[in-house]
Ligand binder design. Sequence first.
Ligand code: PMP
Length: 418
Amino acid sequence: MNLSVFDQTESEVRSYIRSFPTVFTTAKGSKLTDEDGREYIDFFCGAGAVNYGHNDPDIQEAVIEFLRSDQLQHALDMATTSKRHFLELFRDRILAPRGLDYRVQFTGPTGANTVEAALKLARMATGRTGVVAFTHGYHGLSLGALAATANQWFRQAAGTTLNDVTFHPYDGYYGDEIDTVALLRKHIEDPSSGLDLPAAIIVETVQGEGGVNVASAQWLRDLRALCDEYGIVLICDEIQIGIGRSGKFFGFEESGIVPDMVTLSKSLSGYGFPMSLLLIKPELDKWQPAMHTGTFRGNSIAFVGAAKSIEKFWSDDQLENTIAERADEVVTTLNEIAEQYPGEFSVRGRGLLQGLVCEQDRELAGRISRAAFERGLVVETAGAYDEVVKIMPTLNGDMETLKAGLSILRDAVAAARG
Ligand code: PMP
């Protein structure tokens, strides 16, 4: 396996190549192939960017046809047929059936781009500067988003001060007994708590990078009520848990809350093309023309992929049923692993974002990931100490491949325990 150009030429900042040191060539559905012809089952899905699997044939067809058609590939934010088609489908098949009324802002193509827009707009709309974010939260690494990202590994690289964000304990941070929204309420109500009234609260309904921590529906509803009472903008960062991972299109759907702003990215285009957007309640859409602009906001190929993926996957409840079935299979296997080695593991997650938490030996998760890779399974770690094996299979892969992946995971756990 020739990795020398990467080692010699690419920056030290490279990351996943270190966990999965091979040169990949092709990918189809839930499987990746490398240069040696070795196959890997994908329990990583580009950190949630290819939730429908690799190279979906229908999206591929639509994109190839679009490329051949000489329609505009780049249009800044001018009106194009591809953008109109996406917006109409997103409004009619995603927002309307869920009773959601949002304006759509196309930001730059990364998740962090969208988080920046959300924080900026919330500050502008409220005239306040402070933001509350949560322990173990991850929102991206550009300066504004990094200020709201908890992990010290990333924060120490800022090279400057990270301002105007106060961290507060996420649901379950102090165990099940302590209601951390009640704590936050007390800080907000007490004029001498030292916490100024924030512009926004930014939250992931399930924290992906932070170690698959799950907020309960009640906790989210209490947070929503607190924001309503005090005029705080509630931003749900749906970049990882959104677009199907939780079992629904949005991760917040199960709780019944309606956020004031929603950041979406990763699997939006359905094919791994970069695309992000910010959903904004109409009354908060305080932008003036071109106040937050950029060259690459919504690219045409991504619109085509996104439109096709909405038509294919979100026009009935078939995918939701498939996700529920697949999630059952994953959780059953993870619970079996936890039972097999009492006290060593716990299991947590929602839908097809599940974590196998290594309770005793934090290093074990990394060893499991490496042992899995040697056996043909791509699965990554998450959490403050990388102590959680984060399982993210494709949402629509066949059951046989899913079971084969879970079987490799079992073997990897056995091997990594040593
Ligand atoms: N928010 C969440 C919840 C994420 O999981 C991520 C990426 N892992 C981001 C923001 C940042 O997205 P990007 O890497 O595309 O900037």
